[in-house]
Design a binder for this molecule. Sequence first.
Ligand code: AMP
Length: 335
Amino acid sequence: MLAVAAAQLGYRTHVYAPETGPANDVSGTYTRGGYYDAGELAKFARAVDVITYEFENIAVAPIEGVALMAPIHPSPRSLAVAQDRAEEKAFVEALGGRPAPWRRVDNRAALDEAIAAIGCPAILKTATLGYDGKGQARIASPADADAAWEAIAGAPAVLEGFVTFDHEFSILLVRGADGAIASYPPPHNEHRDGILARSSVPAPAPVAAQWTEAAALAGRVAEALDHVGVLTLEFFATADGPVFNEMAPRVHNSGHWTIEGAVTSQFENHIRAICGLPLGDTGLTGTRVVMENLIGEDAAGWDAILGERDAHLHLYGKHEARPGRKMGHVTRVTR
Ligand code: AMP
């Protein structure tokens, strides 16, 4: 989707990845290379004018090396903070944000101490490499501690108190190379089995009431990181205001609705930002926009979606529909 947005602005994209994927179908050049392959990364960096990434589960050190050879946005600093749950919580807290009560858990004894400090129910999450609810274990009572520690395979983790929330929402913000910031109306996000199922805009009133505070925090985070590109912060809307969940230094699934539902999509705005162009308008194109992910076998219903007048179907061209795998999405815009 980034490559399509870049092509529309007249740019050619060169994808670097360890395996082929949907981006290969829509970009001109491809380097198959490992994320630690310094030689291939250097060749790639010399062949391009500007670099971005849309996946945070990559190591920071090789990206720092690449940053010495070509401009890269967002910077390795944004990547380092956003890829570690403990780092991002501490960073956001220092800027006045409020995460769920949390503790670092680096060994089994620390888990018992964290449970005693935070109480139950709680969630143990790996500090890095988690996505779509993976790398998480719920702890209903201290008796679950052994099973939770085993479930995350003893990786460095954080324990979080369980948050009672009315809604989940995200702030999608884009910061330009000149420091200008634009943010989208916040989508209300609904999950199924820990995976985003649906994002809808405008969000219900309790979310709208927390938009200003959450967007101001996201703006402070973007500025403190000198972030260039799209930055996403996820929140729980609670009776006491927005509770920060996690952030991503990239375009986000909860912003896919912006392709048809906003004047300028998150993908185009990201490309504009990293190429030093002015940002585009982030307003809605309709009165209501709903994006639904097509997960696993959901994608088999594509032909019915094509028959709907206001539905925009996106299929990612992934060859195998595994349970839990995001195969595409559909956005419905009410004019
Ligand atoms: P995450 O990967 O951290 O976004 O977690 C996936 C989903 O699990 C979230 O979108 C929430 O629905 C739920 N979840 C995660 N952390 C908490 C928490 N501390 N309290 C309540 N629900 C949570």
